[in-house]
Write a protein that binds this ligand. Structure first.
Ligand SMILES: Cc1ncc(COP(=O)(O)O)c(C=O)c1O
Length: 379
């Protein structure tokens, strides 16, 4: 009765965890949620009855123009007709999957990678070929999916060499590159953020960004730019999916982009990142290893060998104690060997709550380890 691909559709662990983080007292390190204190003040008076009417599938021209200009400024030369406004950049992943993936198609992905991209690619029957930034391997793949700037979940930002070598590898092998770039504006330390797609000479490319992380995720707005041969295909896929993105959201963002942004977004997040680092050093130094991210919203913790465990097994207990986190294992494709790890969002909880929550979480991991050691001694 159902299409056979539905068997590949698994629930998103993040979405499941997000359902419970609003419980009173819950400290959440789970989602990639921007801090609500940072939402911009939108000019709702800019909304007109015409924004309630159906609009173009490509998106409203003014916003497309603003996006095209901003992409040119970051080194990706595009014309307005190469830009498509999306209903959140998650929609871009769905459209790319529809365009390129069918059962058995090989997709090169960073391992670990954004779990909702795996969810979307899985639905269409993708097979994966994992790579790391130092050694991109798109050989034999139709599509390469990468998050080069403040990767989700690891927070890694590719160096200039890594960017150029990924582009060169895609050009050499004919693997279409799909660059997902929702975190680029959340930058705290100097680093190269040039789009990998700007180095592409031969293959088709897709670059996407989001208004969720630096503006407001509830608007559900993102954008995609692509090489010219792909434009019409994406427009038709978008038409078939939802006709067009919300025009009220487009108008709000477009008006905001024309005004001076007086929020100190970077200062706010940088302070949270730095105090999270201090709290981690205090609570997790003996348990895990990590690198401070230069941008984005996440710390990626690898548990030290003596603490190695499947962190999914800690989730229930942790939630019962009032702390939500994302088990790192969720970011690995099925069948791969996940590293014992945690992804912790640092932007949502206040520094005081974060310190308290990290202490609780560290305690849960230590207790689990003690229990395991005692069990193995008694065998
Ligand atoms: C790497 C990556 N891509 C895409 C998305 C989807 O973002 P949105 O649909 O809100 O633009 C996210 C959200 O967390 C993400 O981390």
């Amino acid at each position: 009765m159902f299409a056979s691909r539905i068997e590949n559709l698994v629930e998103s662990p993040v979405r499941e965890i997000l359902k419970i983080i609003d419980r009173p007292g819950m400290i959440s390190f789970a989602g990639g949620l921007p801090a609500a204190e940072c939402f911009p003040r939108f000019d709702y008076t800019s909304l007109q009855p015409c924004h309630l009417q159906y609009g173009p599938s490509e998106g409203d021209d003014r916003l497309r123009e603003q996006v095209a200009q901003s992409l040119c400024e970051r080194g990706l030369r595009v014309e307005l007709d190469q830009v498509l406004i999306l209903s959140g950049s998650q929609q871009g992943i769905d459209l790319v999957a529809k365009l390129f993936v069918e059962p058995g198609v090989r997709v090169a992905i960073e391992v670990p990678t954004y779990l909702a991209a795996l969810q979307a690619f899985d639905l269409f029957g993708a097979q994966y070929c994992g790579f790391i930034a130092d050694d991109p391997k798109p050989d034999g793949t139709s599509l390469t999916y990468a998050i080069p700037t403040f990767q989700n979940p690891t927070g890694h930002c590719y160096s200039s060499e890594q960017r150029q070598s990924l582009a060169a590898a895609c050009d050499a092998t004919g693997s279409v590159i799909f660059e997902d770039d929702p975190y680029r504006d959340l930058v705290y330390d100097e680093c190269d953020r040039t789009p990998v797609c700007s180095y592409i000479k031969e293959v088709d490319w897709v670059y996407q960004g989001s208004f969720s992380k630096s503006y407001a995720p509830g608007l559900r707005l993102g954008y995609l730019a692509c090489s010219k041969p792909l434009v019409q295909k994406f427009v038709r896929l978008k038409q078939a999916a939802d006709l067009h993105s919300c025009r009220l959201s487009q108008q709000l963002i477009s008006t905001l982009l024309d005004t001076q942004d007086d929020r100190d977004l970077i200062g706010f997040y940088q302070t949270r990142r730095d105090s999270f680092q201090e709290s981690l050093q205090y609570t997790f130094n003996h348990i895990a290893e990590w690198q401070q991210p230069a941008g984005g919203l996440f710390y990626w913790l690898k548990l030290k060998p003596e603490f190695a465990m499947d962190t999914r097994l800690l989730l229930q207990q942790s939630i019962a104690a009032g702390v939500a986190f994302m088990p790192g294992e969720a970011f690995y494709p099925a069948g791969s060997k996940p590293q014992s790890s945690l992804r912790l969002n640092f932007s949502h909880a206040t520094p005081e709550m974060a310190r308290h929550g990290l202490g609780l979480l560290a305690g849960i991991i230590e207790t689990a380890r003690t229990g395991r050691v005692q069990q193995s001694n008694s065998v």
